[in-house]
Structures are given as C-alpha cells and as structure tokens.
Design a protein. Structure first.
Length: 448
C-alpha cells in the first residue's frame, strides 16, 4: 500500500488542487480559511514598518514590472513577484503569524503572499483567492507531515521548503491549470526549497516565506506555458522527500485527503514569538495576575520545557528584538515584567532594557524529554523561601484553547491600527471577514 501511495503523491495533490470547489468544502473549513486570512492580513500590515520590510521592498522593486499587486501596509503597489516577496517578509517578520499544529509550518505567509499577489493581478474574486489559499495550505502541510520531523530536525526551515510547494499549488489553482500542469507546478515548487534554521533570529527567517511565495508563482507560470517537470517531484527517486528527509511517510499525504482538511489544525499566536515558548508566557502571565504578585519578591524563575524549546529558543542573551523571539529566557522575563507578550515586548528596546535583562538572568530552563510540545511548568522561587508553581499542556492559542474570532479581530486591530489608523484598520478588518462575498479584490489596494 505504501508503494502505491508513494508513487502517486504528487498526482493526488494535483488532482485535489485542480478539482476542489469552495462550495463543496464544509462550512467549518471555509470559516477557518477566512480566519487564517484575517490573521495573515493583520500580521502583514502590522509588519510593514519593520526595517527588514523596507529593505526587502527596495531590493524587490528595483527592477519592478507593472504595479498590479499591493504591498500591504506600505501604501504602494508593485508587480506580483515583488509583492509576493515583500508581503511574505512583512507577514512573517514579527513571528506573529499562524502555525500548523502538525508540522510547525507557518502556512499563510508563503501561500497567501503568492496567492493574493497573483489574484490581484488576474482580477480574481474573493472566493477564488480563498479557494487557492485553502488548496495551497493543504499541499504544503500534507507534504510537511510526510517528511516531519526528520526534515525540520536536519535544519531545514519547513515554512520555506514546503511553502514553495503550497505557493505553487495556490498559484496553479488561480491560473486554472489542469491536474497534469498543476503537478508540474508542484514539482517545480518542490525543486526550489528555501530556508535554513541557522538564520532564526535574523531577517533572513522572514525571507524564507517571501522567497517561497515567489518560487510558487514562477513555478505555476512556467507550468502554464508548458514547461514540464517530473510527474513525481515529491515522492520520486531523488525527489523532494528522499533528498530533503531521512524519513518519508507517504500515507500522511493521502489519508483523509479531501475530507480531513489541515487548515483545521492551524493555530494563531496570541504572543509575538516562536510558538514553543507560548506555554511559558501564558503561565508567567497567569502568575503575574495572582493576588499579591511582586517582581521584587522573585529570587528565581525555573522552567521545565519540551526539548524543542531549547533547540529553537535557547538564546541566553539576545541582543535584538528578533533574537528575543528565540529566547525562552527573554519570553518568560518580559511576560513577568511587562505583563504581556505582544510585539512591543519583543522590540530591541525591551530586549535590552535593564529591568528585563535583570529578570532574564534569574530564569533557568530544564528540558523534560517526556513533555508534550505544549507542556510547560513554571516555578517562581521567592525571596522568603516559598514557591509558586503552575503547569499547562493547553496554552492559549493551542488547538484545545484557540483564539476566538473576536480575539483575532482585536489582534488584527492592534497590529494594523498603528499603520493604517483606527478607521482604516476597521475597514480592512471588515473587508477581510467578508472576503468570500466580494466579487473582486479592489478593496485590498483601497484599504491595505
């Protein structure tokens, strides 16, 4: 059975992408697709002022073509390939975007950055955009599940590598390619893996989904012109799975395909940093809210965490906001000191603030191999010798405790209002929630 599945993985995905219609997808899946879109759009607009986005915009638009796609939050337009890069960077640079629970892929940044740019250029409807986005997420995440965790453990940034596949699938759908040409596009996306984890904590991390978005657009455009590829680009001998992972489980691509949608396992961040430190932030905020809490009373902060936490966020002394997002020590300290974990708490200023540094140096972390990824324990040892202890396996933002539509709206407004103003942010949010009812995407340029 595995051999049969392995032989057809690329084709199975291509047929799903080419033939599935929005109206045939369950209502809950459609709603989750819109939720993911709203979350991504807020992150992209909110990330626009970041210096990395300005640099990406200057570089990407240096030789730009016709301005048919919006550079979100920047008040200008460019060609779709440039827009895909810039929006991919802006939507991921704050590390506030979505995360697929099964793979740690941030699917919206590469897939939507490609899909929106191409959809605007082609005059697509809101439904066409959302339909393509859903297909791209499914392709990216199912391939990611089939090669995880070995692929990620080897040092690949799975958001970029599988994101190229997802972006290609979404772009192929928007171009209305048939299954054969969609398979070519997916294969070309798989031939352009981008992203190494060594760059976490730098601007290059956000380059990965931006470049993946560009890769996907190019792959689909080539396929549309008859530029062919191997029909088994994912599963073939010396294909994507064999070359980029030491363990491949093809059944994860096919099981439940078309009935179990991976976007239903998408999660949204209440805190602006790596998902693996969210449990610690959540617990520290709960401790801070307890009656009688005092920062001055804290002698030591002891954390017990999943091994991936230290692998990804073990930076002991971060020196910038981007590095702070990959420091479990900073995340716990700033939650206790500031009582929040938003973008402001991961700025350069807060990472270097003396009171945060002092608290950070009181934080220690111990790896617990038996812990679940969402499990964490925090112990505050106080100067009087007493302790306060708290533990969770279901932090805020997890599948078991998801952010509500209202919470996503508040997050959106918090990110977009400083960029667009309160009225502009409100109009963009309303338009995003109603994207499926919109006959075109003109509102993106008008409001974004």
């Amino acid at each position: 059975m595995a051999e049969v599945l392995q032989a057809g993985a690329t084709r199975l995905l291509a047929e799903l992408v080419a033939t599935t219609r929005w109206q045939d997808v369950p209502a809950a899946v459609r709603h989750e697709t819109v939720r993911s879109f709203v979350n991504w759009l807020g992150c992209a607009v909110g990330g626009a002022p970041h210096p990395g986005v300005a640099a990406a915009m200057r570089a990407a638009t240096a030789y730009a073509g016709a301005p048919t796609a919006t550079l979100l939050g920047l008040g200008r337009r460019s060609d779709p390939v440039a827009a895909a890069l810039v929006n991919g960077v802006s939507s991921h640079v704050l590390d506030y975007d979505d995360t697929h629970d099964g793979t740690l892929i941030h699917p919206s940044s590469p897939v939507l950055s490609a899909a929106l740019a191409l959809a605007e250029d082609r005059g697509a409807s809101g439904v066409a955009l959302l339909e393509a986005f859903l297909m791209g997420v499914e392709a990216a995440c199912r391939v990611g599940m089939a090669i995880s965790p070995a692929h990620y453990d080897a040092g690949w940034h799975i958001t970029g590598t599988c994101g190229s596949i997802g972006a290609a699938a979404a772009a192929a759908r928007l171009l209305c390619l048939d299954a054969a040409r969609t398979a070519w596009a997916i294969g070309m996306g798989a031939s352009q893996p981008v992203g190494l984890r060594v760059h976490f904590g730098s601007m290059v991390k956000s380059f990965h989904p931006g470049r993946a978005a560009q890769n996907g657009i190019l792959a689909a455009l080539l396929a549309a012109e008859g530029f062919d590829a191997a029909p088994d680009g994912i599963e073939g001998r010396r294909g994507f799975a064999e070359v980029l992972s030491s363990a491949y489980a093809p059944e994860r691509i096919s099981e439940g395909l078309g009935t179990q949608w991976e976007i239903m396992r998408n999660t949204y961040k209440p805190f602006a940093c790596g998902l693996v430190v969210h449990p610690a932030i959540d617990l520290c905020l709960q401790l801070r809210a307890e009656r009688g809490f005092s920062l001055d009373a804290i002698e030591e902060v002891r954390l017990r965490v999943h091994p991936l936490v230290m692998d990804l966020t073990g930076k002991r002394e971060p020196m910038s906001g981007l590095e702070g997002k990959f420091s479990i020590f900073h995340a716990a300290a700033v939650a206790l000191v500031d009582g929040d974990g938003g973008e402001a708490e991961f700025s350069d200023a807060r990472v270097l603030a003396p009171e945060v540094v002092a608290m950070r140096r009181r934080v220690s972390a111990t790896v617990e191999p038996g812990f679940k990824r969402t499990q964490c324990e925090v112990v505050l040892r106080l100067r009087d010798g007493s302790e306060r202890r708290i533990e969770t396996t279901t932090p805020l933002g997890s599948l078991e405790k998801p952010m509500s539509d209202e919470a996503l709206g508040r997050k959106f407004l918090g990110l977009a209002t400083p960029v667009l103003g309160a009225d502009g942010a409100g109009r963009l949010l309303a338009a995003a929630w109603s994207a499926a009812e919109r006959p075109d995407l003109g509102w993106v340029a008008a409001e974004g």
